[in-house]
Design a protein around this ligand. Structure first.
Ligand SMILES: CC(C)(COP(=O)(O)OP(=O)(O)OC[C@H]1O[C@@H](n2cnc3c(N)ncnc32)[C@H](O)[C@@H]1OP(=O)(O)O)[C@@H](O)C(=O)NCCC(=O)NCCS
Length: 178
């Protein structure tokens, strides 16, 4: 996997390592408000389990790449994870989390994912970026639309939250230069 180290206007994007894990980050992974519309919502984390996950699974060549989103001052605020790489089919799946709620709505997710999308197309030479969001996630819907991801399909009643069925929206973006 090619090393990632990107500076945007306000952010530094680089590999997320065990050394970057903070108690605040671990606490956020257990914060219902942060993870309620993600696939992390089924489990509880502690410092040991996060370290084990980041150390063993988060960064594995051609399987998973966890990119930390840091403010220019060095504060860690979120992650973008690339996974389900299909090199033969030139595509990858992305997930994003801004875990620091104080930083929501400032355009950081859009800025980070825009830069990572360019990295996927130009450096990793993949052609398609796939993602999925819970249909009720308004921030995700806006963010992906702004970044010109297009809806590929809706999986009906794909998730259950508080005994209610929620649709999954599958979106994707292509490298139009390819
Ligand atoms: C979804 C998430 C990544 C968005 O991060 P963010 O940095 O707040 O997003 P941005 O500031 O770039 O905003 C993107 C758009 O969503 C809007 N937005 C942000 N939070 C919103 C909210 N709670 N409700 C409605 N719109 C919202 C922004 O206003 C912006 O749209 P605009 O440019 O038209 O104003 C972040 O809220 C998050 O990590 N949530 C928890 C985990 C999660 O849901 N991950 C996504 C799984 S697909």
């Amino acid at each position: 996997m090619k090393k990632i180290d990107i500076k945007t206007d306000r952010l530094h994007l680089r590999i997320f390592t065990i050394k970057d894990i903070t108690p605040k980050y671990v606490a956020a992974l257990n914060d219902e408000e942060v993870i309620k519309l993600t696939e992390s919502r089924y489990r509880k984390w502690n410092m040991a389990s996060v370290k084990k996950y980041v150390g063993e699974k988060a960064n594995k060549a051609n399987e998973s790449l966890m990119i930390g989103i840091f403010l220019k001052g060095g504060e860690h605020i979120g992650n973008i994870r690339l996974h389900s790489f299909s090199v033969y089919n030139k595509r990858v799946e992305v997930g994003i989390l801004i875990w620091d709620r104080n930083e929501w709505g400032k355009g950081y997710a859009t800025e980070a994912l825009n830069a990572v999308s360019n990295y996927i197309f130009n450096i990793l030479k993949l052609n398609k970026i796939c993602a999925e969001y819970y249909s009720i996630n308004k921030a995700s819907a806006k963010m992906f639309k702004k970044l010109r991801f297009k809806t590929e399909g809706v999986f009906k009643n794909h998730f259950i939250i508080n005994n209610k069925y929620i649709d999954a929206v599958r979106i994707a973006k292509f490298n139009l230069k390819d």
